[in-house]
Design a protein around this ligand. Sequence first.
Ligand code: CTP
Length: 481
Amino acid sequence: MAANILMFCQGTPVASLTVRQLDDKLKKLLRLRAARHGRSMEDEVRTILKAAAEDTSRDILEGFEPRAQSAQQRSPAAEAGGPRILLIIGGGIAAYKSLDLIRRLQDRGTNLRCVLTQAAQHFVTPLAVGALAGERAYTDLFDPQSEFDVGHIRLARDADLIVVAPATADLIAKMAGGHADDLATAVLLATDKPVLIAPAMNPQMWAAKATQRNLAQLAADGIHRVGPNAGAMAERGEAGLGRMAEPLEIVVAVEALLQSAGALSGRRVLVTSGPTSEPIDPVRFIANRSSGKQGHAIAAAAAAAGADVVLVSGPVAVPDPAGVTVVKVETARQMLDAVDKALPVDIAIFAAAVADWRAAEPSAIKIKKQNGRTPTLKLIENPDILSTIAHRKYGRPRLVIGFAAETDHVIANAKIKLAKKGCDWILANDVSPATGIMGGDSNTIHLITPTAVESWPPQSKDDVARTLIERIAAELEGDKR
Ligand code: CTP
C-alpha cells in the first residue's frame, strides 16, 4: 500500500507525502482502525499523523516554555466539557505510571478527577496527583470536606468512565466481593458507568487461583480490562505477566470505550450464542464444540454500547454477560422460538453453532444395547434460524449478521453462505482444530459484505466483539446521513 497525503496550509497545498513499503500486518491494522472509526484509510493516516505531530510538538514546546502546573489549571477542552474520567489509583509500584497517565488523559481533553487508596499514598502523594489533575485528589470516605464537596455517590455518578490504574490484586478482590470500606471501593460499588481496570501485580499473584477467580467474576460483571503485560517486575530478577499496561495503551482502551459507550443506545439487539443440544434419548444428545465465548462477548459489547440486548443461548459454561436479558434454550427449534419472541429488533447477530440435524424420533427412554446390533439413528434437518429471519418480508431486522464456521475455502464458502442465507454481513472464521478458535479465546475474522471482504487481524474474542459493534454503529450512523 502507498498512502498519498497532501498537506494544506490555509487551503494551499504545502506538501505531499507518499508512504510506501508498509508491511502486511501494518496494512491490516490500518485497515481495521479505519474501519473501526468509519474513516477512509487516507483519513485515518491523516488523523494518526495529526495526533502524533501534536503530541511530540507539545513535548518540544514544553522544553522551551515549561507549563505552569497550577492546581486550578484545566485544559480548554476539559473546560469545554470533554469526557469525564474518574481515575482510581491503587497501591502498587506501578502507581508512578498513573502520573504520566493523568497527563496523557488531560492532553486528550478529558475532565479528570482522581481518587487514591490509602496504599496508593505510599507510592504517590495526593498533592502531586491533585497538581497534575488540576483538582484536589480524593482519599477518604469519611472526609467531611470531600463528602460536602461531592461525596462518593457523586464521584461515581459524575463520571462517564472510571479507570482503575493500577488495579492491584487486593483492589480486584474487593471489587469482585462488592466491598465498600474505603472511598475507592465505595465509588466502584456505587457506579453504573463503565469501569476499566489496568491490573498490576507480581506474576505469582496474577496467576493465583483466587485472582483468576476474581477476574472471571469482574468479566462477568461487565468490567473492562487492559493488560497486564509481560516483562520485568519491580522486584529484582522477577519477570512474567503482571506489568501494568503502558499509559498510552490505557489511553487507547479509554478512547475505545468512550467511543463505543452510547453508540447503540436506543437500539435493540438480538444475539444467538453457544451450541444447541439435540436429544437422542434422555441421556444422549447431538451437540458441538462451541463455547459461546464469541456470542456472549458480542452481547456484552452491545450492552456496553448502550443497546437493549436479548441473548438467546444454548447450553454453555461461560457466565451470563451483565446487563443483558438471557433466554436459555437447548434445541434449535427452541432457539428459533425464542428468537421469534425477541423480535422486533434493529440488529440480529447469529453467532450460535446450531446443530444442523436432530434425531427424527428421540426415544423417551434410554436406548439399550442390542446384543451387538448397532442401532440406526435417523436424522432430520433443523430449521435454519438465520435464513428464516433474514428472508422475512415483514419485521426483518435492519441488519442481519451471520457467522460462517468453515474449515476450508473460508472466504469462498462464506460468500456462498451470505447469498444463500440472505443476510447482510457474514463473519467468516476458520474453525479447523489447528486454529484453536472453537472453544479458544481468540478469533480471526473476515467480514464479508455483498460488496467487500475486510480481513481483521487475529484478536481476542472480546476485541472482535468490540470491533463488530463499532462497525455496526458506523453502519447505522450512515443511515442518518
Ligand atoms: N445457523 C442458524 N441455524 C441453523 C444453522 C446455522 O441460524 N440451523 C446460522 C449460524 O448461527 C451461523 C450461520 O447460520 O450464523 C452459518 O452457520 P454454519 O454452521 O457456518 O453453516 P451452516 O448453515 O450450518 O452450513 P454448513 O454446516 O453446511 O457449513
